[in-house]
Design a protein around this ligand. Sequence first.
Ligand SMILES: NC(=O)c1ccc[n+]([C@@H]2O[C@H](COP(=O)([O-])OP(=O)(O)OC[C@H]3O[C@@H](n4cnc5c(N)ncnc54)[C@H](OP(=O)(O)O)[C@@H]3O)[C@@H](O)[C@H]2O)c1
Length: 350
Amino acid sequence: MNKKIPVGILGATGVVGQRFIQMLEHHPWFEVAWLAASDRSEGKVYADAARWRLKTPIPPAVANLQVSPAAPEGAPKIIFAALDAAIAAELEPRFAEAGCAVVSNSSALRMKQDVPLLIPEVNADHIRLIDIQGWRKQSGGYVVTNPNCSAIGLVMALAPLHRRFGLETVMAVTMQAVSGAGYPGVASLDILGNVIPFIKNEEEKMEEETRKLLGSLNGSKVIPGPFAMSAQCNRVAVEDGHTESVSIRLKKKAQPEEIISAWNNYKAEPQELKLPSAPQKPVVYIEANDRPQPRFDVDTGAGMTAVVGRLRPCSVLDWKFTVLSHNTIRGAAGAALLNAELLKAKGYLG
Ligand SMILES: NC(=O)c1ccc[n+]([C@@H]2O[C@H](COP(=O)([O-])OP(=O)(O)OC[C@H]3O[C@@H](n4cnc5c(N)ncnc54)[C@H](OP(=O)(O)O)[C@@H]3O)[C@@H](O)[C@H]2O)c1
């Protein structure tokens, strides 16, 4: 039997860190060998350090692992990072300098010119930016990132349309789940029975990341997608799953059946390579006129599929629709895991 590749998790006790542990429990290629979090958790066994919030139990192989200091000494060479951006800005480069492949969730380095911001179904070719990173040349280490949890669902719905018809304008309004704010996140008295029309830096991230993801790689840099983009972000009292109302204008005229077929038939490298975490269908269109809904649709494709519905004409732009994606799976841990699987398939994991 082939030996699994040991991986570490930085920020292992948080909302995204827990998802990593859950998704890695039966992973065919990787196994959790090292965990780190803040000083608060360091030295404790994982089961005591983490306030476990998921519906499946803590995997027995992880429950008794001791939480290590958040430093590269003694860490495995592949690190999944789920840290707050300010901490990630300091720690991720240290791990890359020490020769680690850092597969990051945080926004700290996403827009850095030589750091790939990846969705393997959308822009797998951007992975080549790794080759020009200074860390890669000096120690073999590097950083790859996945997008913000709202940008990812949106871009998965836009990518098939951008390829076929060209995007000219995108307007997106989000309704984002509370788990997107980490743990303990938004106070219950602020969110219950309420909508908060502000999430710090979220609109800026959605706008710039969407254009980087749908941009084209030109030598050593990404030329952003040539379309106008506006995002408005709201926090709502939903546990998991970000829903977005989207309006678009396309460069080429499209019939509704062509748009739906572009979504339903979309396949890319992860599906061709049969990467273990790749959903069979990255995007599905759902016909019922009151779907997608987080309660019913968020786990489609084990949480890795973007679910689209309600395609209809827009009287200002061309078309409008709704997209839903799981923020801690497709929008975080699952996204990073798929990035790591692509790295392995492309020979970047040694
Ligand atoms: N939640 C989502 O849906 C989502 C989606 C996409 C991206 N992200 C991004 O993923 C990252 C993590 O988010 P989250 O929701 O998991 O946050 P979280 O629940 O607040 O977890 C933060 C983690 O970072 C650790 N940490 C805090 N300070 C540290 C330090 N100085 N050194 C080392 N570790 C430290 C915490 O450890 P302790 O438990 O010891 O404090 C905890 O493990 C963020 O950048 C977030 O923007 C989140």
